[in-house]
Ligand binder design. Structure first.
Ligand code: P61
Length: 886
């Protein structure tokens, strides 16, 4: 079975993709020491410290609490979390893990004493301070390479002035210890009257290793192993920026009141106070939540599976590396056997030059020969990690072309290094991946099959009536379900709200005028509000409204205004097997025939939808827009776009029409919009917002004034259309982001990917795959069911039971009954829509969906139909309930 993230993406941070020329310039500016580059100068920053994606609960914690100097509630939250998760009674907060080391050093290391350890990384601190730091790591151990050599430790305990035994979980990022070894060390230390102090910043990775490899531990949850480790130590310290996924912070915990007392007295000197320890209140809140969540079994397994996959891919390709708990630690000297100096920084510079990936060693120069390529926890997708591994493999293939960096100045610390270099002539590596880093995540439900059967029964076999809390992958709709970017959130937060004019309104107008080329910009709370107003001002009772296939809300408002919708889409759109590339096109012949028959005066306008939703997300060609517009102008009929999915349509033009291959999506949009007189938009789709809509007219002031008249009555003020000012800000930014070529390509190609997976598995879908959704053809999927047994409705329900994926019926149930005959309409298309939210799911989610649908397909013959148990009169698909036919 495909493994996918046990969460979805909540917010994203845009990545940068500097060109080769920019990378050369930047490298020379930082004297070829990539340590000094910034994350926005790199495509992927391979560092796991303080760079992890948080959960939405952690992020919300940032705004909770009192930021009090003394006795803050945030500290109380932290105490509860420490006791509950780690099991130690006392906690002293610190600004980060160096704060912990400093307190321990001040209170527990007498001058001239030594700290035997299984790690080397604290040499950076201990050596300058004159603390002895003997290595007691068992070099012979193969699996638990962080185990202590007990004989050697005993010798040192006997011979030297030992302060305490200082261990690290997953020492130096590469060496886990076993629980058994830890317990023995503790007993040994105790016999010599010494304490065990453990840095557990990577305790989760170590606990996972114990669960996986230590005898008798396989059935224990990570949470229990974590407690065992902590309780085996006297003092436990943790970097908040690692496993608890905070951006900083640290804790020092113990069950010894006397030790804690010393920490409390010392913390005021170096850190802050014993109830905040140099952390902001919000950091304690984030850290507390991160601690409480870090043992989540599904998440731990996901994170570790990423590390295994990444190192496995590199190893298979022959890249010399050591296993890291959080990535691959490249053996730079073996990577470049022809280079005798500065191999680590040469690797870093060459990798950046080749691909824009930044990976760098830090700390003291000459501590080891490794370059850590760490995976920020939860922040990257497998698709991205595979590509990053491929970049390293690509460099490995060209390693002979690389000359070593020549030192300009030799520092003690890595950040002090500066070099000269001759650029190697490398074939560059380009990324075609998700162009974002995951900023926050939202955990999703994982129910048993039995629980899902119960849930769908209770929902009357209607996926609209399922609780989202019961859904694992929610493909009901792409409407209002996008992940906003950090840029959108920043603007949202920074807003100055207003019920009249606002800066955000001005900005939105400017952005839309530039994007669409339309003068009159009227925000609405969502798409149907714009449709309502458009229909009311443009349709006279009894007028025809030809369009390229109906959409439920659009048609409803046209009818409420007294219009008669008539479908003039090309015939190919109704054929689920046709591979015609422009199935969204209007059939000009049908349109002309209508106008010839009825007269131009009886046609209100042409309702022209981009990337036609009900046809399967099928695009309209540029030529068709031109032709329809040219003709309509000649007969004096306005053309209004439903531009809800305009950017997706524009991408399809870029992809499929050779004349537009080199044209940006932004320019294509601008040209598309030329061939219309106005538009309605549901902003909840391409505009990358959770709420919002738009009505716009190109240059007709009278229409705009009439529209504003209705807007004031039905929606809100003319400067917000009933939206919060903050939502206007998010919308303005979302519109800019939707036209980013990398984003929109990735977005539509993800849909195409799901389509390809399903066709490869012979599952019947509407072809070619559309832009926002894949439509399963229920007539071909369940050919043994009559359409009045609602095959698409049943299929959507069955997919949920099989996989936890929620889809939407688009067929006989949605179309409704003919009011004259009382019969179901039995439309040509009987479909199930798998709709893909924007920036929310990864390609692993897509693979899991395809695999799950295939399992339903394999047992399709046993699937029976449905009958209505409750049938509402209007829009029955929303609230209708069904029973299984026996
Ligand atoms: C959807 F089952 N679409 O696809 P509003 N035009 C277009 C849309 O796709 C659209 C609207 C206008 C939805 C949500 C939805 O029966 C349903 O912002 C091309 O939702 O008001 C919405 O925009 C309406 C799903 C709407 C439905 C109605 O999932």
């Amino acid at each position: 079975m495909v493994v996918h993230e046990p969460h979805k993406i909540k917010t994203v941070r845009p990545l940068s993709f500097p060109t080769l020329e920019e990378r050369k310039k930047l490298l020379s500016q930082v004297r070829f020491n990539v340590w000094h580059l910034t994350p926005t100068q790199a495509s992927f920053d391979m560092c796991s410290l303080g760079t992890n994606a948080m959960s939405q609960e952690q992020l919300s914690g940032q705004l909770i609490g009192d930021e009090a100097y003394a006795g803050s509630r945030n500290f109380e939250t932290l105490e509860v979390s420490v006791r509950g998760v780690l099991g130690h009674e006392y906690v002293c907060p610190t600004h980060n893990v160096l704060g912990c080391v400093k307190l321990v050093t001040a209170t527990m290391i007498p001058a001239g004493s030594a700290v035997p350890s299984n790690a080397r990384s604290r040499a950076d601190v201990f050596v300058p301070l004159g603390v002895g730091y003997p290595d007691v790591r068992d070099a012979k151990e193969q699996v638990f390479t962080g185990n202590v050599d007990l004989e050697r430790l005993e010798e040192i305990l006997k011979g030297q002035n030992v302060a305490f035994v200082g261990l690290q979980a997953f020492a130096d990022g590469q060496h886990p210890f076993s629980l058994k070894n830890l317990r023995t060390v503790r007993a040994l230390a105790e016999r010599h009257g010494k304490k065990v102090v453990c840095d557990g910043s990577r305790i989760i990775e170590n606990a996972w290793h114990i669960q996986r490899h230590e005898q008798g531990q396989a059935d224990r949850p990570v949470a229990e192993i974590v407690r065992q480790i902590v309780k085996t130590t006297d003092v436990f310290q943790m970097d908040g920026a690692q496993d608890p996924k905070s951006n900083t912070g640290g804790i020092l915990t113990t069950d010894h009141p006397d030790i804690h007392e010393k920490f409390m007295n010392e913390v005021v000197v170096y850190e802050g106070l014993h109830t905040y320890g140099g952390m902001a209140g919000r950091t304690m809140e984030v850290l507390a939540r991160g601690l409480a969540e870090m043992c989540d079994e599904a998440e731990v397994h996901w994170v570790m599976s990423q590390t295994e996959r990444f190192t496995g891919r590199l190893r298979e390709a022959g890249v010399p590396l050591e296993r890291g708990c959080d990535g691959a630690y490249i053996r730079a000297d073996e990577f470049f056997p022809q280079i005798d100096k500065n191999q680590q920084d040469t690797f870093s510079a060459a990798l950046y030059l080749l691909s824009g990936v930044r990976a760098t060693a830090s700390g003291l120069v000459n501590r080891n020969r490794l370059v850590p390529v760490q995976i920020p926890r939860l922040a990257l997708t497998n698709e991205q990690l595979d590509a990053i591994a491929d970049a390293i493999i690509c460099l490995h293939g060209q390693r002979d072309a690389v000359q070593g960096l020549r030192s300009l100045s030799e520092g003690k610390w890595r950040d002090q290094q500066a070099y000269n270099w001759v650029f190697p002539d490398l074939a560059p590596f380009a990324f075609e991946t998700f162009p974002y880093e995951i900023h926050t995540i939202e955990r999703v439900a994982v129910l048993t099959r039995g629980q899902r059967e119960k849930a769908i029964r209770e929902a009357g076999y209607n996926t609209f009536l399922l609780r989202s809390a019961d859904v694992t992958i929610d493909l009901l709709t792409d409407s209002g379900t996008s992940a906003m970017s950090t840029d959108q959130w920043a603007l949202y937060d920074g807003v100055r709200a207003s019920a009249s004019g606002s800066d955000e309104h001005h900005r939105l107008v400017a952005v839309l005028r530039d994007m669409l080329g339309y003068e009159h910009i009227i925000p609405t709370h969502q798409g149907r509000a714009a449709e309502h107003i458009m229909s009311q001002i443009m349709i006279k009772k009894g007028q025809w409204v030809p369009g390229n296939m109906y959409f439920t809300t659009t048609k409803l408002h046209q009818e409420l205004a007294g219009g008669i919708f008539i479908d003039v889409i090309v015939d190919e759109a109704h054929d689920t097997r046709s591979d015609f590339p422009w199935k969204g096109n209007i059939d000009l012949g049908k349109l002309k025939k209508l106008i010839d028959e009825k007269g131009a005066g009886s046609v209100a306008y042409v309702s022209f939808e981009h990337s036609v939703n009900m046809a399967g997300g099928q695009p309209v060609s540029m030529d068709n827009m031109k032709d329809v517009y040219t003709y309509c102008r000649s007969v004096g009929i306005p053309v209004f776009f439903d531009a809800t999915r305009l950017a997706e349509n524009a991408y399809m033009i870029q992809k499929k029409d050779p004349r537009y291959r080199g044209v940006t999506v932004r320019d294509i949009i601008r040209e598309m919009m030329l061939y219309g007189d106005g538009c309605t938009v549901s902003g909840k789709k391409d505009f990358l917002i959770n709420i919002g809509g738009l009505l716009a007219f190109r240059d007709n002031r009278q229409w705009a004034e009439e529209a504003e008249e209705l807007l004031r009555i039905y929606e809100g003020s003319i400067s917000d259309g009933g939206l919060a000012t903050a939502d206007l800000a998010a919308m303005a930014r979302g519109i800019e982001e939707m036209a980013d070529d990398r984003y929109i390509r990735w977005r539509v190609e993800q849909t195409q990917y799901l389509g390809r997976l399903l066709t490869d598995l012979d599952v019947p879908i509407v072809t070619p795959p559309g832009t926002h959704a894949i439509f399963l053809d229920a007539k071909r999927f369940l050919p043994h069911l009559d359409q009045d047994e609602f095959p698409a409705q049943r299929l959507a329900a069955e997919i949920f039971v099989e996989t936890g994926v929620r889809a939407m019926e688009r067929g006989n149930v949605s179309k409704g009954r003919n009011p004259e005959t009382g019969e179901n309409y039995r439309p040509a298309l009987e479909l199930v829509r798998l709709t893909i939210p924007r920036r929310v799911y990864t390609n692993d989610h897509m693979a899991a969906v395809a695999e799950g649908v295939k399992r339903v397909y394999d047992r399709r013959k046993e699937i029976k139909g449905l009958k209505f148990a409750y049938e509402p009169a209007k829009l029955r698909f929303f609230q209708g309930r069904f029973e299984l036919l026996q």
